[in-house]
Write a protein that binds this ligand. Structure first.
Ligand code: AMP
Ligand code: MG
Length: 425
């Protein structure tokens, strides 16, 4: 494990090639420089949804708190059951969920019990109601209704034991965790504060929605995909608009963004030619590395620190922005948010429904449509034209087809890796 290197040391390492950076290597290098947030806040359980726990949580209770019934039926003493034939027992009371039977079960007695009802003292087993009949003479338990002592009985603490660690620091709080916290009677938790992310688009050709377009100008879409992706990741966002390709305007924007946020994300301005100009600026404001990632789309990528903020300089093309965000920025933001379980987006195999042409050399993230196959499993095909400016391909896609760098053309029927987009963000 390479640790505690500065970006400058890293850029001098022998095996470091900024002109051909494999996807995995870039991801690992970025990881070296990420320190989770340390600031925390106390929030109510409801407000904790999608936040990250900043302390361990030990259970203050046994859950469930008492032995109770898993069924509607009859609480009995296993020892009372006849070895052959039916057993006749005397009903002495009821135990409802939340309203226990107050007495103690003696030999030959039974208590009507409902799911969640506390096991009466003396009872050890529950007979499901379908295997018993109540008659004026008593409750008749069918032969073979019970196969073992303790059947249909839930034990105190079988879900959670008092004092046991329920969640560790770094646990993301999803609906299941909110429910578990509530089941422990916990109404407030300590979570990491939200990550602040500032972003802007660079380019003289860009106009914001609501403005008229002159010839050659285009609307800025990257700020909207970024807004969507960052919102899905529960960040506090600072949208700084469009910044023209001028050194003064960019310097001012970078400095303002780095002061306002934990992370600065830009799009455009990192391709060859444009990068030289941004590079000078970055050397002045911080330490930034410019990489040509061996991937398609999304070749240029800048990563570094501007003052205390992490900086991601994404390519300008709309599809490249989304692919590089999913592959590099998403992971990094999760780590910074305090998550401990961060892994690249999961992949699984699907069968190609249509051949793909590919030149070996770069990892490709083709936009794909994944469908259940008639013969079981899933088939996948591309959305068609894979140009990095064709944002509609992202909208049509429900997955990336991830083709390894060394792969060439692929025939119909080949198993390929896919990353499902739904749920990724
Ligand atoms: P660049 O990396 O700045 O050379 O941009 C590459 C391509 O992406 C150019 O065609 C730009 O016009 C386009 N582009 C850059 N930024 C945006 C944006 N925010 N929204 C839409 N297209 C963009
Ligand atoms: Mg540009």
């Amino acid at each position: 494990m390479e640790t505690a290197r500065t970006l400058r040391e890293l850029s001098c390492a022998d095996d470091y090639d900024p002109d051909s950076m494999p996807v995995d290597r870039a991801r690992a290098l970025i990881r070296e420089f990420l320190q989770p947030l340390t600031a925390v806040e106390r929030v109510h359980v409801r407000a904790a949804l999608d936040r990250v726990l900043a302390t361990d949580i030990a259970s203050p209770l046994d859950v469930p708190g008492h032995d109770n019934s898993a069924m509607d039926g009859w609480a009995i003493r296993y020892a009372d059951l006849a070895s052959t034939g039916a057993t006749l027992l005397r009903r002495v009371g009821e135990s409802f969920a939340g309203k226990p039977f107050g007495g103690r079960l003696a030999a030959g007695e039974t208590v009507r019990i409902f799911t969640g009802g506390v096991m009466p003292d003396g009872a050890d087993t529950v007979v499901m109601q379908e295997r018993a009949t109540e008659t004026p003479g008593g409750v008749s338990i069918a032969p073979g209704a019970v196969t073992r002592e303790g059947q249909n009985r839930r034990f105190a603490g079988e879900d959670l034991r008092r004092g046991a660690i329920v969640f560790r620091t770094g646990q993301p709080l999803r609906p299941a965790e909110l429910g578990m916290l509530a089941s422990l009677g916990i109404n407030e938790v300590t979570v990491y504060r939200k990550l602040r992310v500032a972003f802007f688009s660079t380019g003289d050709e860009l106009r914001s929605i609501g403005q008229p377009l002159a010839t050659g100008e285009i609307y800025d879409s990257n700020r909207y995909t970024l807004y969507g992706m960052l919102t899905r990741l529960h960040c506090d966002i600072v949208d700084m608009g469009v910044v023209p390709d001028s050194p003064d305007a960019l310097e001012h924007a970078f400095a303002t963004a780095a002061d306002a946020a934990d992370v600065v994300i830009t799009s455009g301005g990192v391709s060859v030619g444009e990068a030289d100009f941004v590079r000078d600026l970055m050397n002045k404001l911080g330490e930034v590395l410019f990489w040509k990632i061996a991937m398609k789309p999304g070749r240029p990528l800048a990563y570094g620190k501007i003052r205390n903020a992490h900086f991601f300089g994404l390519p300008g093309n709309p599809v490249s922005v989304m692919v590089t965000f999913y592959e590099f920025v998403r992971d990094a933001l999760l780590v910074l948010q305090g998550r401990r379980d961060v892994a690249p987006p999961p992949m699984f195999k699907a069968r190609l429904g249509k051949a793909i042409r590919k030149v070996p050399g770069r990892t490709e993230f083709q936009r794909g449509i994944l469908e259940p196959s008639d013969v079981g499993g899933y088939t996948v095909r591309t959305t068609g034209d894979q140009g990095s400016g064709i944002l509609s391909s992202m909208s049509q896609a429900n997955c990336f087809i991830v083709l390894p760098a060394d792969a060439g053309n692929l025939d119909v029927g080949t198993d390929v890796d896919v990353q499902v987009l739904e749920g990724l963000l």
